[in-house]
Each structure stands twice: as structure tokens, then as C-alpha cells.
Design a protein around this ligand. Sequence first.
Ligand SMILES: *Cc1c(COP(=O)(O)O)cnc(C)c1O
Length: 338
Amino acid sequence: MIDLRSDTVTAPTPAMREAMAAAAVGDDVFGDDPTVIRLEGTVAELLGLPAAVFVPSGTQSNLCALLAHAQRGDEYLVGEGAHCFRFEAGGAAVLGSIQPQPVREGPDGRLDLAHAESVVKPDDVHFARTRLLCLENTRDGQVLPLGHHAEAQALARRHGLGLHLDGARLWNAAVALGEEPAAVAAGFDTVSVCLSKGLGAPVGSVLAGRADLIASARRWRKMLGGGMRQAGVLAAAGLVALDHRHRLVDDHHNAARLAEGLAALAGVTVARTATNMVFVRFPAASVPALTSAYAAAGVRVLLNRRPGGETRLVTHRDVTGDDVATVIAITAAALRPG
Ligand SMILES: *Cc1c(COP(=O)(O)O)cnc(C)c1O
């Protein structure tokens, strides 16, 4: 099986399963699970932030952050394609009465900061109170340059806004930039990172940030049902994942090779490739042949069936260089006429 649907499909490694079996645990809701405490401390230190809280998912991490930053009747500025606007079931609006204000994004994933500035609301009874600016890095695999962080942060500070970074794939961004994770996290009040993408941890995200915001997020986590008890078994896997984060360069290499191999096939267009993601347009007429060829070979891909639609292919720990060559060969054979 070669699974290119997402980097969330990775299975825990034997080393992780060993660490999980051996993990010292306590009751994390009482704050006495030593392995969770170690994971939170490790992430806080890696990100150069004072505090952190372990949560079950990236979605809950972003939601806890939004709830900690903003109140009922407030709003957050967020990229129109960002995960914490589009792909989290409207949680901030449903559970927090917090309104998203979408901001235009460039093709490279950067926020249109002139647009962002133009939608910051004045203090006027007609408007929601603009409280927060959210960035996402990487964004669809694309690495936002740290200069863009600085510009967005300057804008937010001019208007007294809080700053949240959805860094689900911050580890990929750091590796791609050749920077320490703390450099990517610098200047934000809260930063969310995933442990379950590409690195093999089965479950978990961490929200790091200013101590008062993390204390508030901890209360929201409990309310949302994310207070886990002997969560050290999960945190132990997360610690192993972090130890191996430098291996993400292999995923980036594999994605580049995959993009190169597919781009060489007649009729296939690689729309873009960045870090561990490749976005490809296959000829619409070839989708049935690709579907059966992939199914027969145990290749899992979320094929976009819309004519001209982009199919996203994602590399991760469980995709090898040989797997990449296999996928290119199977695709070539399926596209060959007759
Ligand atoms: C995956 C992802 C999340 C959410 O993580 P889950 O653990 O799937 O809830 C948040 N933001 C971004 C950018 C993501 O890619």
C-alpha cells in the first residue's frame, strides 16, 4: 500500500510503540502526567514560547486558541483558504460566537495584507470587534517567508490585534527554511503544531504560547472534552516524533522527485509543488484508467474528478523513494494510449 492521500496516514513506528508501552503516566487533568508535562515543555522550548498544552487534534488546538484570544462578538482575520476558517466546521462561530473575517490570499499562500488592513473594524457599535490575526505556515505545503510573518505581525500590532499561527506543519516549514522552529514561531502569541502529520505519531497536537492564553486554552480544552487522563501514552509517541523531525527533508525530496516524474508525462501538469505536497492536473479522460490502475497496485490517491481539478499528493514517513518511482511508473502506464 502506498498512501498519498495525506501525511496524517502514517502509522506509529516500532520505536513509538515501545515508548508508548513504557511511558510513565498520571492523570493529565490533575496536571500530574509526567510524560505529557515533558512533551509540553519540549514543544514550548522548541518554539521559544513560555507555555504549552497537549490537545487531541489540530482542530481543537486552533479552536482553544481562538476561544482564548477572542470573546463572543469578536472577530478574527484569517486567510480565505486557511484551515481554521474553511476546514474546522465553523467551530469558532458555532462554539465561540466568534466571527471569521476572511482575507484574500496570494497564489503563494501569503495574506494580502492591504486587504487585511482594510477589513480591520473601527471601534463602532455597527461592527464586530477585530481581535486577532491568524496565519498558517506551511499553507498547502507552501512555506511563507519569515519576512511575511514580520509584516503581518507589524500590521496586527499597529491595530492591537493578537496573533495566532496555525503551524500544523511548522516542522516542515522550519526544515525547508533551514531555521530553528523557534524562528518560525517568533512574534506570535499562540502557535499550534501537529505531531500526527508526517512524523508518525498516532494522535495529538500542542498549543504553545503566552502563559495566560495557555491557561485559558486549558480551561477551554476541558470544556471541549479534550481533557485526557493517562495521556502520557500518546505524548510518548509525540516525543519520539519530535526527535525525528529532521527526517521531513526526505519527504520534501520525495515530493520533488514525484513532481518531476509526473511533469514529464504527456498530458499531466504539475500546478505546484512545495515541501511535502504536489498538486497535479491529470487529463480528465484518464481518471477512470488511473482509478483502476491505482486500485490494482494498492496506491491510494484522492483523485480530483472535476475537469482541470487539482489532485493533491502528499509524501510522508511511510512513502519511500522506491514508492515514488512505483507511482510514477504506474501513472505512466495508465496514461499510455491503447
Ligand atoms: C491538519 C490541519 C489542522 C487540523 O489538524 P487535525 O488534527 O486534523 O484536527 C489544522 N491546520 C492545518 C493547516 C492542518 O493541515
